[in-house]
Design a protein around this ligand. Structure first.
Ligand SMILES: C[S@@+](CC[C@H](N)C(=O)[O-])C[C@H]1O[C@@H](n2cnc3c(N)ncnc32)[C@H](O)[C@@H]1O
Ligand SMILES: [Zn+2]
Length: 280
């Protein structure tokens, strides 16, 4: 592993940085050790967490079926989401829950000649399928077995973070989004997209049809789970209006200026809050 890649890693179990690489293991200073198998670090915490909902060998056919059912243009929808990441030359992007790598070619299109793609999934079969998917430059594609709830990366490691088709199934969506923000640099961008029929289609024949798919399309855009750092938030529905896409920039949480004087009075908001209505 390149020293520049190693420098971005931290222990998912305890958060200690500076993992050391030796004898096929990555170790943190507090004794946690993670194997590297076929060149892919298995930085999953808890170590026995394995998610096997999707079958990598049939995933592309499933996506094709869903696109045809919804009369949606899969490539165009993926490109729209990725365009919103604002990737420029030399950017470093992380995809969480990358599956068998369906976004990789579009991400490389956006990264151009110099950017780097980091991608991870909790499923060993998915990450193995991702490893064999041809990409423009395998040296600039770094794969990890990881849990999106405990990302094995240092704070502010990435210019952008992408997650498509995964968020609804996370056990704690608010914590998952906070973890994405943690690994994104200030000013960087985050895009999350998952199943959820546009609210205005509730009660239509189309909406009712999708409801019959065993809860698959029942998600809603989890705007109330966004972190305080979310700025310029946009939400849209794509892919047959059956997937929400939330796109935002990471910034400072808003903070009110309590030292502003009240109009027509020689007292500030802070003084009124501290002294109550007796403040003159
Ligand atoms: C529907 S697939 C999406 C694949 C791909 N992102 C796409 O756009 O087609 C969802 C993926 O999320 C992965 N996943 C589920 N829970 C995860 C977690 N906690 N951490 C990382 N990946 C996870 C699954 O293994 C699966 O590969
Ligand atoms: Zn550790």
């Amino acid at each position: 592993m390149l020293p520049s890649t190693l420098a971005l890693l931290q222990c998912p179990a305890c958060g200690a940085g500076a993992l050391a690489s030796s004898e096929g293991l990555l170790r943190c200073g507090r004794g946690h050790a993670f194997p590297v198998v076929d060149g892919i670090p298995r930085l999953v915490d808890p170590p026995d967490l394995v998610y096997r909902f999707e079958d990598a060998s049939t995933y592309d056919a499933l996506m094709d079926f869903v696109a045809r059912l919804l009369r949606a243009d899969e490539a165009a929808a993926r490109r729209r989401a990725i365009a919103s990441l604002g990737l420029g030359p030399g950017a470093r992007v992380l995809e969480i829950g990358c599956g068998p790598g369906n976004n990789f070619s579009y991400l490389f299109e956006a990264l151009g000649e110099t950017g780097e793609l980091f991608a991870g999934d909790v499923s060993p079969t998915m990450i193995e399928a991702a490893r064999t998917r041809p990409v423009a430059d395998p040296d600039r594609r770094h794969l990890f077995l990881l849990n999106g709830m405990r990302l094995p990366f240092v704070d502010r490691a990435f210019d952008a973070v992408l997650q498509i088709g995964t968020l609804n199934r996370f056990p704690d969506i608010r914590a998952a989004l906070a973890e994405m923000v943690r690994v994104t640099r200030p000013g960087g961008r985050i895009v999350v997209s998952d199943e959820g029929v546009a609210p205005w289609l509730e009660g239509t024949e189309y909406g009712a049809l999708l409801r019959k798919f065993g809860g698959f399309f029942d998600g809603t855009a989890p705007l109330d789970a966004l972190p305080p750092e979310a700025q310029d938030v946009c939400v849209r529905w794509d892919f047959g209006q059956a997937f929400y896409a939330i796109e935002f920039r990471v910034g400072e949480p808003p903070a009110a200026d309590l030292d502003v004087p009240l109009p027509g009075r020689s007292v500030t908001v802070r003084e009124v809050l501290e002294k109550g209505s007796s403040a003159s």
